[in-house]
Design a protein around this ligand. Structure first.
Ligand code: AMP
Length: 446
């Protein structure tokens, strides 16, 4: 992507560009820069892109542009011009929200439908105008069956996260939906992976598609020193504080998996005496700008961000990037550490990995084609007896436990107490992988 590319230069209407500015999107992401011209040209698109790349705007923005350029002439009620199929209700809701955001200065009407909720409000809504319908396949077919939706006006079909749809067994539903669509239409297929099944679906659905992909940048080989510390989730924040203080790091971008986790960590780092702030989508623009400015001008030494929030930030060339939690998607690791070691600068990417994340670490190592060296826990680090709790002071009676080498089992009284919930989110169960994570420090679990 040329650094000169702007949303306006891609040919998007001023009203769309205005909405993007309001969202503080100044520059298209690579997937957007690649896919917007293709969609505008009317060609079918096969896009390799996962969540977090900005793919939703990649298809939504040019679709809105096309809807503006060619106002509808036919039936309005219950007959969408655009159908976006997603695997899950969460993604459907998210895509719908994005469509609403980007179209806020337009007159387009977007609706969302998914299963597990009362169908009647959806039926009522379909009695009115709908331009863009975002749906999960099962519920859509319910509506088709009840004739509450009319798919005969669909001009553009989007299959979002097609690989997940296939994983979830939606292939038959998708095929059934396709039968209700007009033969002549534009098709866009987004998928993070390209299995034979996806290729097969693409062959059946797309006509001579343009293929675009956002391959992870190969930054890992160069100037970024990568290290892994194996440490319990509950001890991570304490270790992180210790390392930041010990090294006197003044500009550290820390990644967490969730917004909630980012908030909690930033608050706790502040309690540890560090100047830290969280930045993510739920923060007001003012708060985001303040945090970013502070980080850039040196007033704030730690910025805690989610992948998504960090993507929109104009901060590269960082000396330190920390993965407080590893990303679920290996490519995100490459994006994260790509923030450091640029333009001749030396950078270090440090990952704090607990037992449950070892599988993610392995996937990352497969992707980058190397093993990330493990570093022993600092010898002068005294783990907190009350990990991840608000610590008025460090317990001087605690002696360091097992600072290097293989697994250990510390004295029970000194054992870190697991906190009830993981800062990074609640998706993983505490008792996973058949072991006590408390004993997982210092050694790479197999
Ligand atoms: P997606 O990959 O579509 O799930 O997008 C991930 C997130 O990236 C969205 O929720 C937006 O907040 C953000 N985003 C998308 N495009 C841009 C952009 N051009 N600049 C900054 N943030 C963006």
């Amino acid at each position: 992507m040329s650094t000169q590319t702007t949303f306006a230069s891609l040919g998007l209407d001023d009203r769309i560009v205005r909405a993007l500015h309001e969202e503080q999107y100044e520059t298209p992401t690579p997937i957007q820069a690649q896919s917007i011209p293709v969609v505008l040209s009317g060609r079918d698109l096969l896009a390799a892109a996962q969540t977090g790349t900005g793919k939703t705007a990649g298809f939504t923005l040019p679709i809105l542009q096309k809807l503006i350029e060619k106002p509808r002439t036919a039936k309005v009620a219950g007959a969408p011009r655009v159908l976006v199929l997603t695997p899950t209700r969460e993604l459907a809701a998210q895509v719908h929200e994005s469509v609403v955001t980007y179209s806020r200065h337009l007159t387009c009407v977007a609706q969302v439908m998914f299963g597990g909720v009362n169908i009647n409000p959806q039926i009522r809504a379909l009695k009115g105008r709908v331009d863009i319908l975002v749906a999960t396949p099962g519920r859509l077919l319910d509506h088709v069956g009840q004739k509450t939706v009319d798919l005969s006006q669909v001009e553009i079909l989007v299959l979002d996260e097609a690989d997940r749809m296939l994983d979830m067994g939606f292939i038959h539903d998708i095929r059934r939906v396709l039968k209700y669509l007009p033969k002549t239409r534009q098709n866009l297929l987004f998928s993070a992976t390209f299995s034979d099944e996806i290729r097969d679906l693409a062959k059946r659905t797309l006509g001579n598609p343009v293929e675009v992909s956002v391959a992870p940048k190969n930054v890992t080989a160069d100037r970024v020193e990568q290290v892994v510390y194996h440490v319990d989730q509950s001890q991570k924040r304490d270790l992180l504080s210790h390392i930041i203080r010990g090294h006197g790091w003044h500009q550290v971008l820390v990644f967490t998996r969730t917004k909630h986790g980012a908030n909690r960590l930033a608050e706790k780092l502040v309690k540890d005496g560090l100047s830290a702030a969280a930045i993510h989508g739920n923060k007001s623009q003012n708060a985001r700008t303040r945090a970013l400015d502070g980080f850039k001008n040196g007033k704030l030494s730690v910025l805690v961000a989610t992948d998504i929030a960090a993507r929109g930030l104009d901060i590269e060339d960082l000396p330190q990037v920390v993965n407080f939690e590893l990303p679920n998607v290996a490519e995100d690791y490459v994006h994260r550490i790509g923030r450091t070691g640029r333009a001749g600068a030396e950078g270090e990417a440090m990952s704090l990995v607990d037992k449950a994340e070892v599988k993610h670490l392995k996937a990352i190592e497969r992707l980058i084609g190397r093993t990330i060296p493990m570093r022993d826990l600092p010898t002068d680090w005294v783990p907190s007896a009350k990990p991840d709790a608000d610590r008025p002071e460090r317990g001087s009676s605690l002696r360091p436990q097992h600072r290097s080498g293989a697994g250990r089992s510390g004295a029970p009284s000194n054992r870190p107490r697991r906190s009830g919930s993981r800062p990074g989110g609640s998706t993983t169960s505490p008792a996973r992988r058949g072991g006590d994570r408390r004993t997982g420090r210092g050694a790479r679990p197999s």
